[in-house]
Design a protein around this ligand. Structure first.
Ligand code: SF4
Ligand code: SF4
Length: 87
C-alpha cells in the first residue's frame, strides 16, 4: 500500500506516522505531550472518579496532526500509538 509521504528540508522523503490513539489506562496526565505539540491536536480532559478528578490527554483534533511523533517521544508511559495513512 502507498502511504502519504512528506519531504524534509533537504528534500528527503519520509513517511509521517500520524497519532492514532492515546491509551487512557496508561496516561497519567503529565501534560508533556500537550506542551510539545505545535499543531493543536491534543487537549486535556478531566474526568471525575469516585473521590478525585483524573486528568488525561485526548486526541481532540486528529485532522491537524502532521505525523511528527514528537508527542510519543516525550511520553514516558508509552501511551501513544501511530500509523501512516493511505495515499
Ligand atoms: S505524555 Fe503520556 S502520560 Fe503524559 S499526558 Fe501525554 S499521553 Fe499522558
Ligand atoms: S505527531 Fe506531532 S503533530 Fe501529531 S499530535 Fe503528535 S506532536 Fe502533534
Amino acid at each position: 500500500m502507498a502511504y502519504v509521504t512528506g519531504l524534509t528540508r533537504g528534500k528527503k522523503e519520509w513517511t509521517p506516522q500520524f497519532v492514532n490513539a492515546i491509551d487512557d489506562e496508561l496516561c497519567i496526565g503529565c501534560g508533556r505531550c500537550f506542551k510539545i505539540c505545535a499543531h493543536d491536536v491534543l487537549a486535556p480532559k478531566e474526568v471525575d472518579e469516585e473521590e478525585s478528578a483524573k486528568m488525561f490527554i485526548t486526541v481532540a483534533n486528529p485532522e491537524n496532526c502532521i505525523g511528527c511523533e514528537a508527542c510519543g517521544r516525550t511520553c514516558k508511559k508509552g501511551a501513544f500509538s501511530f500509523e501512516p495513512i493511505a495515499a
